[in-house]
Design a protein around this ligand. Sequence first.
Ligand code: PLP
Length: 386
Amino acid sequence: MIFADGMARLGTESAFTVLARAQTLAAEGRDIINLGIGQPDFPTPPHIVEAGIKALRDGHHGYTAANGLPALREAVAADLHRRHGVEVNPDNVVVVPGGKPTMFFAVLMFGQAGAEVMYPDPGFPIYHSVIRYSGATPVPITLSEENGFAFDAEAVLAAITPRTRLIILNSPANPTGGVTPRAEVDRLVAGLADHPHVAVLSDEIYSNMLYEGRSHVSLLQYPEIRDRLVMLDGWSKTYAMTGWRLGYAVWPEAAVGHATRLCINDHSCVNAAAQFAGLAALTGPQDAVADMMAAFDARRRLIVEALNSLPGMRCAAPGGAFYAFPNIEGTGMSAMEAQNRFLDEAGVATIAGTSFGAEGEGFLRFSYANSAENIKRAIERIRAIL
Ligand code: PLP
C-alpha cells in the first residue's frame, strides 16, 4: 500500500493517548485519577436522554436533512438569540457530529498549499493537525501567561499576510481556560476591515462555561464580519453530551452550501435520535447546566488554590472552560516529564502543555471535570513527588 502524503501530516489529540494509557494502568489494578480528558464527568441530564429514547421509539430511524432537522436549527437560532442577543437565520446553521467536524470542514474549505491559516498556540491540537493535513502553512498565534492566555489583537493583525485565508480563535479556551476580553475582540474585528480576504473560525464550544459573572463575547455579535465568520458551538460540553456526537456551526451565506455538501460527502446527517436529544437540551429546562457550572466553579477555586500550594507551580485562575493550566517551570521538569511521572508514579493523568503546541512547554493541563475529592487526592499525590 502507498498512503497519500497527507496522512503523514495528520496529527492527533494526546488526551486520547493519555486516556488509553490511564485505562491500561487502571486495568492493571492501579488507582488512577483522570484529570486528563476534557469531558464533563456528569451524566447527560435525564430529560435529554429521554428525548433521545423517545425519538427511537417514535420511529425516527432514518436520514434527516443533511444540515440537520429544521426544528433543531430553529432551536439553535433561538438559543443564540437568547444567549448572545443575535439574529441568526436557521438556514445558516449546519448540524454536525460534534465540534470537530466544523473545524475540519472550515480548514478544508480555506486551507491548501500556499495558503496560511492562523491558530492559537497553546491551543486545541486538532487545529494544527488539520491545517497541516490541508497542505496550508500553520501560523501560530502565541498566547501568553502574562496576557491571561487571551488573544492579542495587534499581534494577530500583524501576522496577517496576503496568503492568510483563515484565522482560528477560541475563547473560552482549551487548554488554558483563557478568556479574551471584549475590548480585544473589538480591536481585532476593527482591524480585520483592512483584510477582507481573511475568514474567521471562532470556536465557541465553551461559551456557556464562564466564571465570576463574565458574559460571553460571541464573534456573531459583530455584523461587520458575519459574511466571513464561521461560529462553532455544540452540545458536548454544555450538556455533558460528548458521546452523543452533536455540534453545529453558523456559516456565512457564501459557505453554507459548501458546508452542507461536505456533510453529504462525509456523514450524510447526524443520527436522528441525537438531534432530538439536542432539541430537548435547547428547549428544555437549563437548571442542569447551572448546577454543573456551580460544581465546576467550586472545583476551579479548589484546584487553583491547591496547585498554587505546590512547590514549583503557579496557576492563574482560569476565566472559563474546565481546565487549569499551571506554569510548572519551577519544578525543574519538562511538561512531558511531568505528565509521565505524575501518571506513572502518582497515578494522576494530566496532559503536557506541549501537546497543545510548542508554546505549551513549561505548562501542564489539568481538567477539573472530576470530583473535589479526587482533585484533592491527586494534588496530594503530586505533592509527594515534588
Ligand atoms: N473545540 C475545543 C476547543 C475543544 O476543546 C473540543 C473538545 O475538547 C472541541 C472543539 C470538540 O468537541 P467535540 O467533542 O464536540 O467534537
